[in-house]
Write a protein that binds this ligand. Structure first.
Ligand code: NAD
Length: 313
């Protein structure tokens, strides 16, 4: 696959991702597309001026949808924000029509790679993109709960003063209010979280609820202070990009097509751990959930399904 990424939507999220890609030297070619052509052009100019300090040689430019033809990965971060008086479903319908128009232009170019969606509500819009693209579900994914999981790992790490990279735990379900922590499969190093709590004074079972709430409310708290959140998701998108281009077979919780792997609504995209490589999703990792987690996943999937049922495809 060609080591080329096309970013569609050069707003805060798109450009945080692009900036992190350049700093980490993740790809050879980066093309920026936005409905505001001047913005995309200016962003490409600005990034190019950092190449003297980047870890690798890269080609960065703004362009049009023809650039999608030979791209390995397309990352969609284009979207609009809620207008005053607009309901969430109105906003959803507007973003869904943006997705459809973007996807029709991507597919007209002859594109045959992987699409990664970050625009919210990400689980719903990833499904919209999948349907509109007619690509196999293994090649259409969403950022899902990758950011939420990074937030969770950070919160646990902060509480127990152990490196965040030694914390292994997932947020599953909708990237939204019904997401939940899969505590039954949470580890620090190779130690189950239950044993960590029993052996450490720094953390108690009550802290787990606080940690979950901090993660769940993180986006609201950031938006309250600075209107939008973007660095964290930008880096989560780079992590997913690396798993794909480096053919890593890496497990990342992303928005994937359930397709009956988990005992919840089948025909939806939802945040689940998946093995990612150069072909996209190799498989969804089936975790043994406890009874409470199983119910939470079902409730979360129902929320997504109910919304999808109100939409036209
Ligand atoms: P933004 O307003 O800064 O950027 C959106 C960009 O999309 C703008 O540059 C706009 O011109 C462009 N755009 C709009 N319509 C377009 C079209 N038809 N074609 C091409 N470009 C178009 O917004 P942002 O802060 O970058 O957020 C983008 C999306 O990412 C939002 O939906 C936000 O909710 C979402 N987000 C997702 C996560 C996650 O974890 N998945 C985290 C944070 C934000």
């Amino acid at each position: 696959m060609k080591n080329k990424v096309v970013v569609i939507g050069t707003g805060f999220v798109g450009m945080s991702y692009a900036y992190a890609l350049v700093n980490q030297g993740t790809v050879e070619e980066l093309v920026l597309i936005d409905i505001d052509k001047n913005k995309a052009e200016g962003e490409a100019m600005d990034l190019n001026h950092g190449l003297a300090f980047a870890p690798r040689k890269m080609s960065i430019r703004s362009g049009d949808y023809q650039e999608c033809r030979d791209a390995g990965l397309i990352v969609i971060t284009a979207g609009v924000n809620q207008k005053e008086g607009e309901t969430r479903i109105d906003l959803l319908n507007r973003n869904a029509s943006i997705m459809k128009s973007v996807v029709s232009q991507i597919m007209s170019s002859g594109f045959d790679g992987i699409i990664l969606v970050a625009t919210n509500p990400v689980d719903i819009l990833t499904y919209v993109v999948w349907k509109a693209s007619k690509l196999p579900s293994s090649r259409v994914i969403g950022s899902g709960t990758s950011l939420d999981t990074a937030r969770l790992r950070y919160e646990i790490s902060r509480q127990i003063s152990i490196d965040v990279r030694n914390v292994h735990a997932y947020i599953l379900g909708e990237h939204g209010d019904s997401e939940f922590v899969c505590w039954s499969n949470a580890f620090v190093g190779v130690k189950p979280i239950k044993d960590v709590i029993e052996s450490m004074d720094e953390i108690s079972f009550e802290d787990l609820d606080k940690i979950y709430l901090n993660v769940k409310h993180a986006a609201y708290e950031i938006i309250k202070r600075k209107k939008a959140s973007y660095y964290g998701v930008g880096m989560a998108l780079v992590r997913i990009t690396k798993a794909i281009f480096n053919n890593e077979n890496r497990i990342i919780p992303i928005s994937v097509y359930n397709g009956g792997v988990y005992d919840c609504d089948s025909d939806i995209y939802i945040g689940l751990p998946a093995v990612l490589n150069q072909d996209g999703v190799h498989h969804v990792v089936k975790l043994k959930l406890d009874q409470d987690e199983t119910l939470k996943l079902k409730a979360s999937s129902k929320i997504i399904k109910d919304i999808l049922d109100q939409m036209e495809f």
